[in-house]
Design a protein around this ligand. Structure first.
Ligand SMILES: Nc1ncnc2c1ncn2[C@@H]1O[C@H](COP(=O)(O)OP(=O)(O)OP(=O)(O)O)[C@@H](O)[C@H]1O
Ligand SMILES: [Mg+2]
Length: 636
């Protein structure tokens, strides 16, 4: 593991991770999945292999010892060796045989370990997939408020890091931590059995001191590393900022000042990163010292026993081989601690999302919405996004079945908010919203959203083809139906001009399309959904007057026979509405049809006159420009 990759990137802001045990308990059902006996068998097998591999690991130093002892027996008394050689006795071949066994155990050890890792990989990855899926599904269940508050990038990062965390944690615990603990216990037992408890005691103390030291040193290094990262980020930010301001730097001849500033950041970085390396050296050196002292003591014990004739020469290599073997996993402990800690933080973040309750939930026993006619009714609806700032202050109106009601009013009046409440992205603080007499707070959300078609104010498209985006309105629509919807939304002509037609990619968020084209795609997919209730939020705001007229016709056709709520800025688009509601600062200030509102001479009439004047001014300007050009064109 190179030093720069294991950085605890969230350590500062992240909450304290739950303990390993707590997180592991949550994770375990995914690693031991019910209903997947094949995966459970794998876990079982992996653990079996782990035991066997460790058994073999323990045999290896013994094979080494036996081979040594056999060698000593053969060559120890040189007279005996010659005798044995000439006699061709089995004794002569034993060392060779035992050495071969030693080789075989080493091979087995490696193969079994790899086999176990391979077996377990599928279990771990299955858990990763399941949890990622569950988190993703849950993210879609969480309310709009949650999504507006979290940056999407942040959410996907949680998903990504959680995924890595699970993989990392299960691998580290199952494939590194457990085997090491097992090996450690086996070593203690075997030492006591082969020699006496003093050996085990020395090794035990050595490992405890080793771990304590590693823990302390790693804690210390984590903070150093954080400093290094911070200073690195700082230097980078300064460099980017300075280069972005290239011109300003030149205006003020400040190159030297900029360089000096960058150098100050780099100086901090230099210090911090030097410290990271020296601290690594300290960590490694300390570990080696502690381990070597322990090993030396054990070997002194062995030497004394051998000299006293209580043990064979082979015991000497046995303790050495056993401890050197144990040193390999011990060496990973610092890394293991750091990585497990990070993985726990990442997994906790992911579980925090899964465990978060959606703000808007179906009531227990909620029934599906039954729509016969599609009457929409707002009854004294109050609403605030944040309690201190009420947005709707008692809004009441009714859209009779099959009729069109328009909501107009200044920007920020709360028009789009009304559509969000109807879709139940938020719940009113008080008051009720009814569809065909059923309170939408009491019905299943899915059934509510099925009957409402929404053409939102800002259309965002999926980064796929135009065809895909239109078909999104109704997944089982045939290609003919898709084309029909495109025709109704007046976008078919545009599509036919594209070389790739319906297969043209629209780019991220639909950015390769113009605002008006995007809006027409949104209209087409709503036409395809064909819901009994329609909400059009400034559906034609991004269009020029000519296209607007055409789409208006299309929308009129689509909304015929459907309950329609139109939200509009341009009053010319709502003249035909059955009722127009003028909303101002969260209150209905006027209502009536176009003619009666004009006659009333209130807010609506004033807005109408302002817009007419503006339109006329534009007209005049355009005519003047045309006249200015025309003599030239005649002359030409
Ligand atoms: N998620 C939110 N959190 C807090 N305030 C919000 C949120 N969404 C909207 N608002 C505020 O609520 C008010 C009403 O917003 P709304 O989108 O309903 O206005 P609108 O009438 O549709 O305006 P426009 O004509 O500009 O689309 C605005 O002042 C806006 O700042
Ligand atoms: Mg709006």
């Amino acid at each position: 593991m190179p030093p720069s990759t294991a950085v605890p990137s969230t350590s500062a802001a992240a909450p304290r991770p739950n303990g390993l045990a707590a997180t592991w308990t949550k994770l375990w059902p995914y690693l031991w999945p019910h209903g997947r006996p094949d995966l459970q068998r794998r876990v079982f097998l992996a653990f079996g292999l782990l035991l066997v591999a460790k058994g073999v690991t323990m045999v290896t130093p013994f094979a080494f010892k036996w081979a040594t002892d056999a060698l000593v027996a053969v060559t120890g008394g040189n007279q005996g060796a010659e005798a044995a050689a000439t006699a061709g006795s089995w004794l002569w071949k034993a060392p060779i045989l035992l050495t071969v066994i030693y080789g075989i155990t080493r091979i087995l050890m490696a193969v079994l370990t790899q086999l176990r890792d391979g077996l377990f990989a599928k279990v771990a990855m299955h858990a990763v997939r399941n949890l990622a899926l569950q988190t993703f599904e849950h993210m879609h269940r969480l309310s709009l408020r949650f999504h507006l508050e979290r940056k999407t990038g942040g959410l996907t990062r949680v998903l990504e890091r959680g995924r890595e965390g699970i993989e990392e944690l299960s691998r580290l615990v199952v494939l590194t931590l457990l085997p090491t603990i097992l090996e450690f216990l086996l070593v203690l037992g075997l030492l006591a059995w082969e020699f006496n408890w003093l050996y085990s005691a020395v090794v035990f103390v050595m490992v405890v001191v080793y771990l304590a030291y590693t823990y302390k040193a790693t804690q210390w290094r984590i903070s150093i590393r954080k400093q290094m990262n911070d200073s690195d980020t700082d230097a980078n930010t300064k460099a980017v900022d300075s280069l972005l301001n290239y011109e300003t730097v030149k205006y003020f001849g400040a190159e030297q000042r900029e360089t000096a500033r960058y150098d100050r950041s780099m100086e901090k970085f230099e210090k911090a990163s030097t410290q990271t390396y020296t601290s690594l050296a300290v960590l490694n050196a300390g570990q080696a010292v502690i381990f070597s002292i322990g090993m030396a003591i054990v070997m002194v014990l062995a030497a004394r026993d051998i000299m006293a004739g209580r043990a064979s020469i082979g015991s000497f290599v046995l303790v050495n081989a056993m401890l050197v073997q144990l040193y390999i996993p011990l060496n990973f402990m610092g890394m293991l601690y750091r990585e497990i800690k990070q993985a726990l933080i990442d997994i906790d973040d992911m579980f925090a999302i899964i465990e978060r309750n959606p703000e808007i939930q179906d009531r227990p026993g909620a029934e599906p919405l039954q729509v016969a006619e599609g009457v929409v009714r707002f009854e004294d609806v109050h609403f605030a996004y944040i309690p201190e700032r009420p947005i709707l202050k008692g809004v009441s109106f009714e859209v009779p079945a099959g009729h069109t009601v328009a909501i107009v009013g200044p920007s920020g009046a709360g028009k789009s908010t009304i559509s969000r409440l109807l879709f139940r992205f938020y719940e009113p603080t008080s008051g009720r919203i009814l569809i065909d007499g059923q309170d939408i707070a009491e019905v299943q959300q899915a059934s509510l959203r099925k009957v409402i078609g929404m053409v939102p104010q800002d259309t965002v498209l999926f980064n796929d083809t135009i065809g895909y985006n239109i078909q999104y309105g109704r997944w089982d629509a045939s290609p003919e139906e898709v084309r029909g919807a495109a025709r109704l939304a007046q976008i078919d002509r545009f599509i036919s001009l594209l070389p790739e037609g319906y297969d043209t990619p629209v780019g991220e968020r639909g950015l390769k399309l113009s605002g008006g084209e995007k809006q027409r795609v949104a209209i087409a997919r709503t036409i395809l959904k064909s819901p009994p209730i329609l909400v059009l939020d400034e559906a034609t705001s991004a269009l020029d007057t000519f296209t607007e007229k055409e789409i208006q016709d299309a929308l009129d056709r689509v909304s015929r026979g459907r309950t329609t709520l139109v939200i509009a800025h341009r009053l010319s688009t709502v003249i035909g509405a059955d009722e127009i509601i003028v909303l101002d600062q969260g209150r209905v200030v006027e209502r009536g049809n176009h003619a009666s509102l004009l006659a009333h001479g209130g807010v609506y009439a004033a807005m109408w006159n302002r817009q007419r004047e503006a339109d006329q001014a534009r007209e005049t300007l355009k005519r003047a420009e045309e006249e200015e050009r025309s003599p030239e064109s005649v002359a030409g």
